[in-house]
Design a protein around this ligand. Structure first.
Ligand SMILES: Cc1ncc(C[n+]2csc(CCOP(=O)(O)OP(=O)(O)O)c2C)c(N)n1
Ligand SMILES: [Mg+2]
Length: 358
């Protein structure tokens, strides 16, 4: 049945949030701040000419990846597009390997050959980092298929942008997700823009982008990403659906990116006003919002939060030093790291049955 999930409880009162300990709540803050500091430091080094390629910043959207990833269990997998730093740090990839990847160094998570858009950590159920808009959506479906095929109780969380929802691959994926009953969760991070085109100008929609799922008989939900309690409460319902009913869900999370589409976006103030950006920075910052929650609930005090901030800044700066000091990959390794399975010579890779039984 296609339906919009309704939550009668307020997000903070949802069982999944009531179960959070003070330490868990502080951890959520730390994760969001780490993402922001990492990206702010990466921006400085990009502007100083130390990185090549693109750099798509996630600043302003931190609560989405952090909230969703905080719910992931052993058999839950994640895949995303090119705006991938937040998801990577949230799953536990280190700042060092992430920063070194931006610098194109051999100590990077993809040995410096992928860059910003191609973070990867299968050991953490993190399947990238993809540059083709919506290219990750059928791959996420494949992850879900693999879970079902293996009889595992898990979910494949596939993130996409509001621009990606118009790609055919996404709609083909929804069709199969419904027909095959696959435990995939599409998380649309609706930050209002697809490069320089506003959502209103790029997408035909009724009340929401997620509502399109109804046409496929898939459950959907839409909510604000500003409050991490809300992100967790709504996403939890989708994960439960995947785990217990082996059914897909489409989630649309309203969020906002503070920076340009990429650092090279020269028109960032042409398609939206400075006032619009400042309004979001001033009144809808998910980190400030969570900070207020922590203070109001008496979870910790300002001094503790400052300490967390300082530590995150230091960690980010140190990761840049680590990246600077690391060596570029050796030219003779240029053909390595293209296909992980080929390099590893695994049976699964050699037979092309990476996710399947014999
Ligand atoms: C198939 C394809 N078409 C076009 C592009 C160029 N492109 C890169 S990002 C982007 C916008 C996508 O916007 P959205 O899905 O909203 O994600 P966001 O950047 O806001 O996170 C486009 C058109 C691409 N990478 N792949
Ligand atoms: Mg967008």
């Amino acid at each position: 049945m296609a339906k919009k999930s309704a939550s009668s409880e307020s997000a903070a009162d949802a069982a999944i949030n009531r179960s959070l300990t003070p330490d868990d709540k502080i951890k959520l803050y730390r994760e969001m701040v780490r993402i922001r500091r990492f990206e702010q430091v990466s921006l400085q080094h990009y502007q100083a000419g130390r990185m090549g390629g693109f750099l798509h910043l996630y600043i302003g959207q931190e609560s989405v990846a952090t909230g969703v990833v905080s719910l992931m269990g052993e058999n839950d997998h994640i895949i995303t597009a090119y705006r991938d730093h937040g998801h990577a740090l949230a799953v536990g990839m280190t700042m060092n390997e992430c920063m070194a990847e931006l610098f194109g160094k051999g100590t990077g998570c993809s040995r410096g050959k992928g860059g910003s858009m191609h973070y990867f950590a299968p050991d953490k159920n993190y399947w990238g980092g993809h540059g083709i808009v919506a290219g990750q959506t059928p791959l996420g479906l494949g992850l879900a298929y693999g879970l079902k095929y293996r009889g595992l109780k898990g979910a494949a969380l596939a993130f996409l942008g509001d621009g990606a929802v118009n790609q055919g691959a996404y709609h083909e994926s929804l069709n199969i997700a419904e027909l095959f009953d696959l435990p995939v969760i599409y998380v649309i991070e609706n930050n209002g823009y697809s490069m320089g085109t506003s959502q209103a100008r790029s997408s035909a929609f009724g009340n929401s982008l997620a509502e399109r799922a109804a046409g496929y008989g898939i459950a959907w939900d839409t909510f604000s990403g500003e409050d991490i309690y809300e992100v967790r409460a709504h996403t939890h319902a989708a994960i439960e659906r995947a785990h217990t009913e082996c059914r897909p869900t489409v989630l649309e999370v309203k969020t906002y990116r503070w920076e340009g589409h990429s650092v090279a976006d020269a028109n960032k103030l042409k398609y939206r006003t400075k006032e619009e950006v400042e309004l979001h920075q001033r009144e809808h910052d998910p980190i400030q919002r969570w900070k207020r929650v922590l203070l109001d609930e008496g979870v910790c005090d300002e001094a503790e939060l400052k300490k967390i901030d300082k530590a995150a800044q230091q960690e980010a700066e140190e990761s840049a030093e680590f990246a600077k000091a690391s060596a570029y990959p050796a030219p003779e390794t240029i053909f390595e790291d293209v296909y992980w399975e080929v390099d590893q010579m695994t049976t699964a890779g050699l037979t092309g049955r990476h996710f399947f039984n014999d």
